[in-house]
Design a protein around this ligand. Structure first.
Ligand SMILES: Cc1ncc(COP(=O)(O)O)c(C=O)c1O
Length: 364
């Protein structure tokens, strides 16, 4: 079996793998209603929210599209705070549906400067919503969402958050940080297969929704809400992923959110220390380093493609390369969901052997 260490999909524990062989059930029946209600209540605990939470059958990107089309109208001004590839994706979805996107971009590898958000909101009073990525998976940076949120709410704007690779792994108290829509997806920190986006929707987001005119059908939050009241989803749900999530949420609640967060802090630190011990440099600003994904700079002659190939073929370890403009410039180690320090130690040991084979010359 491969040691899959990409930032999602993640490996699944045996208890969850077993659920995937389960027979289908009637998604309009009572048993499904019970499961959906139970999952929704448990997700609210892990999102730390009293807001509505919906399961959408899609990958994370579908959740981002749902966020945009449910809260905005064509021509609305939105501030897109971007620190990487996924920040740009969120902006481009908004643009596709006719929002007027005002970009606020930071160098890839750096975190958002909250003061710049204040200046941007001050400069353009008509901005309606702020798009922000909590954890930028392409660069391994976690934004200071509490600080950003405080400013966004000082200006009373909608806060729309891509928390796809942070929620359930990195602390994100949705209500305390006033997130209006928060999106995550099942294949990230949730120890479940791909197939579900999970979104929370605040009262302020519902008010925006009542006026939002972007076209939507599949993603309509009003439909999701009225069906959830009957213990259903509007459209046929990804039942197997829901069965998996039912078990994984049970495991997560048993471990406890604060223990899960602390485990990710430990594993993130162990990964960064391991990388530095090999003479490699972290790509991201370490003060904002992510505890779910570590990005490593390809320095000192390192051929990333060659390294990834040898790791995969000779050591059974699968890491991720860089995305878009970071292709061949970095590689990434995912450490979210079902992960402990013991899963990272073999990655560091294998890297020690493979790095010189892939051209890396240690400076020391
Ligand atoms: C921060 C972030 N946003 C968006 C996405 C896109 O999610 P998906 O591939 O599930 O559509 C990802 C996936 O890696 C992500 O990490």
């Amino acid at each position: 079996m491969e040691n899959l260490r990409i930032p999602g999909p993640t490996p699944l524990p045996d208890e969850i793998l077993k659920t995937l062989g389960q027979q289908m059930i009637n998604h309009r029946g009572a048993k499904f209603g019970q499961i959906l209600n139970e999952i929704t209540a448990e997700l609210k605990q892990l999102f730390q929210t009293k807001n509505d939470v919906f399961l959408l059958t899609s990958s994370g990107t579908g959740g981002l599209e749902a966020t945009i089309v449910n809260t905005l109208s064509p021509g609305d001004k939105v501030l897109s705070v971007s620190i990487g590839f996924f920040g740009e994706r969120f902006a481009s979805i908004a643009q596709t549906f006719g929002a007027e996107v005002i970009p606020l971009c930071f160098e890839w590898g750096k975190a958002t400067d909250a003061d710049a958000v204040r200046q941007a909101l001050h400069a353009e009073p008509e901005i309606k919503a702020v798009l922000v990525t909590h954890n930028e998976t392409s660069t391994g940076v976690t934004n200071d969402l509490a600080a950003i949120s405080a400013i966004v709410k000082e200006f009373d704007k909608l806060l729309l958050v891509d928390a796809i690779s942070s929620l359930g792994s990195i602390d994100l108290p949705v209500d305390d940080w006033h997130c209006d829509v928060t999106v995550t997806s099942s294949q990230k920190g949730w120890m479940a297969p791909p197939g579900l986006a999970m979104v929370s929707v605040s009262q302020q987001a519902w008010q925006a929704h009542s006026k939002a005119k972007m076209p939507r059908y599949y993603w309509d939050f009003s439909q999701a809400k009225s069906y959830l009241e009957k213990g259903q989803t509007p459209w046929t749900p990804a039942l197997s992923t829901i069965f998996a999530l039912e078990v994984s949420l049970g495991m997560m609640l048993q471990e406890g959110l604060s223990n899960i967060i602390a485990r990710h802090v430990r594993v993130g630190k162990a990964t960064r220390e391991g990388i530095k011990s090999l003479g490699l440099s972290l790509f991201a600003d370490e003060s904002h380093a992510s505890n779910t994904v570590t990005a490593v700079a390809a320095s000192n002659g390192l051929d990333v493609k060659k390294m990834l190939k040898i790791l995969r073929e000779e050591h059974g370890i699968v890491l991720a390369g860089g995305l878009q403009r970071l292709a061949d410039k970095i590689f990434r180690i995912g450490h979210l969901g079902w992960v402990s320090e013991e899963d990272i130690a073999p990655v560091i040991s294998a890297l020690k052997v493979v790095l010189p084979q892939a051209g890396f010359r240690s400076a020391s």
